[in-house]
Write a protein that binds this ligand. Structure first.
Ligand SMILES: N[C@@H](CCC(=O)N[C@@H](CS)C(=O)NCC(=O)O)C(=O)O
Length: 206
C-alpha cells in the first residue's frame, strides 16, 4: 500500500492527494507537518532531510517534492494521460508545473499566511496587499491563457491542471477582492468538479 506523509492543509500535499485520487489509487495518509509535527523526528529526516511534507513511499521508493511525486505517479500509469509522452506536450505540462511551484504559489504565500497563519493583531497590511497584487497578476496570466483552451495544456486534463487547480482553489476562496476572472473560474469549476479533486476542494483553508 502506498504511504503518504503530510497534512491536508498543505497545498503540496493537496496536489499529491489529488493525483492519487485522480488515478483511483489506494493509499494511507499519515498526518505530519504543521500542528501534527513529526517532521523533525530523526526517522522522518531520514526520509526527507528537508523536514517538509509531502513524502511518499511507493514499493520501497521514498520520494519528496510534490511535483516529482506527481510525475512518478503519472509515469507509472501512463494510460491516464496525466503526463503526455510526446516531448512537446510533456514540456508544456512541465512548464506550468514549474511555474506553479516557483512563481504562482510563492506570489500568494504571504497573503495566505497573513489570513490563515497570522493572528489579526500581528498582520502586516502592506505585505498582504503586495502579495494580493502579485497573485492578481498570476490570475491575469491564467485568465488570458484559459480563454483559448478547456484545460491548462489543451483539450485534456493533465498534471498541470492538478497543480494549478490546487493553487486556484486557494486564490478563489481567499476573502479578498479579486479582479473578475470568468475564464479562470469556468476552468476551476471544470477541474474542481472531478471526483479526484473532492478531498482537496472539501478541505477548508487553514
Ligand atoms: N517544494 C516542496 C515544498 C514542500 C513544502 O514547503 N512543504 C510545506 C507545506 S506546503 C511544509 O512541509 N512545511 C512544514 C510543515 O508543514 O511542518 C514540494 O513541492 O513538495
Amino acid at each position: 500500500m502506498i504511504k503518504l506523509w503530510g497534512r491536508l492543509s498543505s497545498i503540496n500535499v493537496q496536489k499529491v492527494v489529488w493525483g492519487l485520487d485522480e488515478l483511483g489509487l489506494a493509499y494511507e495518509r499519515i498526518e505530519a507537518g504543521g500542528k501534527f509535527g513529526g517532521v523533525d523526528e530523526p526517522a522522518f529526516r531520514v526520509m526527507n532531510p528537508n523536514g517538509l511534507v509531502p513524502v511518499i513511499e511507493i514499493e520501497g521508493l521514498v520520494l519528496w517534492e510534490s511535483n516529482a511525486i506527481l510525475r512518478h505517479l503519472a509515469a507509472t500509469y501512463p494510460e491516464a494521460g496525466l503526463w503526455p509522452s510526446d516531448p512537446h506536450r510533456r514540456a508544456d505540462v512541465d512548464r506550468w508545473m514549474d511555474w506553479q511551484n516557483t512563481a504562482a504559489t510563492p506570489a500568494m504565500r504571504d497573503a495566505f499566511w497573513q489570513f490563515y497563519r497570522t493572528p489579526p493583531e500581528e498582520r502586516d497590511p502592506a505585505l498582504l496587499a503586495r502579495s494580493v497584487a502579485a497573485s492578481a497578476r498570476v490570475a491575469h496570466i491564467l485568465e488570458s491563457h484559459l480563454a483559448e483552451r478547456a484545460y491548462m495544456t489543451g483539450e485534456s486534463f493533465t498534471l498541470a491542471d492538478i497543480v494549478v487547480g490546487a493553487h486556484a482553489n486557494r486564490w478563489l476562496k481567499m476573502p479578498i477582492e479579486r479582479p473578475p476572472c470568468p475564464n479562470l473560474e469556468t476552468w476551476y469549476g471544470r477541474v474542481s468538479g472531478r471526483p479526484g479533486a473532492a478531498a482537496v476542494v472539501a478541505e477548508p483553508l487553514t
